[in-house]
Design a protein around this ligand. Structure first.
Ligand SMILES: Cc1cc2nc3c(=O)[nH]c(=O)nc-3n(C[C@H](O)[C@H](O)[C@H](O)COP(=O)(O)O)c2cc1C
Length: 233
């Protein structure tokens, strides 16, 4: 009887060990599969982030609409020399539209120059303020900054001609970064003055960069210039 009991106990013990091994085996396989999936997902995320951070072109723009307190009335285009464009994505400045086409064409990252001190929504008030800021040679503080400027070989800069010159926040941008060794391609929007002296000014601000003209486009013609802009870069 004692022998039979011993055999039974040994059999039960063996069974429980086998069951434990089996379930451990399943868990291990499931864990391995999970960890393989996580690794695959991590690899994809890493590839995506290194893709986006691998861009060699940075498209920088300054535009009035990104730098005001908003509140633009309906039909504002007609009252501001077509300085703003109504698009499917909302109201956009000319420089922003051009930058989006260039970024799309080159795969470049985009960066908006935004002044900490905003400009008035009223067009004429902005014209007055810009004139005073220019006379004072003001360098407005900027809200955001480019952390990884070193990775870019080409900087495309898009801005409106303001009083025959760069808007003062664009001076702040060039003061902040040393673009030596990089190519700078300049796009300007205007209402007749074209580039004025802006190419020479940028060459003085960034003497070790290779500064080139992109296009100068009249504000009222920006909306119809997509093909010309895309072909120019
Ligand atoms: C403050 C200010 C000054 C301007 N000065 C000039 C100028 O001297 N010459 C010119 O042709 N256009 C001038 N303009 C017109 C803008 O360059 C033009 O409307 C531009 O397309 C606006 O672009 P944005 O929508 O990206 O701000 C001026 C506009 C503003 C707001």
């Amino acid at each position: 009887m004692r022998k039979i009991l011993s055999i039974l106990m040994i059999a039960m013990l063996s069974l429980s060990i086998l069951t434990a091994c089996g379930s451990n085996g399943e868990e291990t396989a499931a864990e391995e599969q999970n960890s393989a999936e996580v690794t695959e997902q991590e690899d994809t995320e890493e590839a995506e982030s290194s893709d986006s951070s691998a861009a060699e072109t940075l498209v920088v723009y300054f535009t009035r609409i990104g730098n005001t307190d908003g509140g633009f009335p309906e039909g504002v285009d007609a009252t501001t020399s077509a300085s703003l464009q109504q698009t499917d994505g909302g109201l956009k400045g000319n420089a922003q539209l051009i930058s989006e086409w260039i970024s799309d064409e080159t795969g470049g990252d985009m960066f908006a120059i935004e002044s900490e001190e905003i400009y008035p929504a009223d067009y004429n008030a902005t014209v007055d303020k810009a004139s005073k800021d220019q006379a004072a040679d003001l360098r407005p503080a900027l809200k955001s900054h480019v952390d990884n400027m070193d990775q870019y070989k080409t900087v495309v800069i898009v801005f409106p001609n303001w009083w025959g010159d760069l808007p003062m926040p664009v001076y702040s941008f060039f003061d902040e970064y040393d673009l030596s060794g990089k190519e700078i391609i300049v796009y300007v929007t205007h209402e007749g003055s074209r580039y004025s002296g802006t190419i020479d000014t940028i060459s003085e601000l960034e003497p070790e960069a290779d500064v080139k003209e992109g296009l100068s486009i009249r504000g009222g013609e920006v909306a119809d210039s997509e093909t010309e802009v895309r072909d120019s870069i």
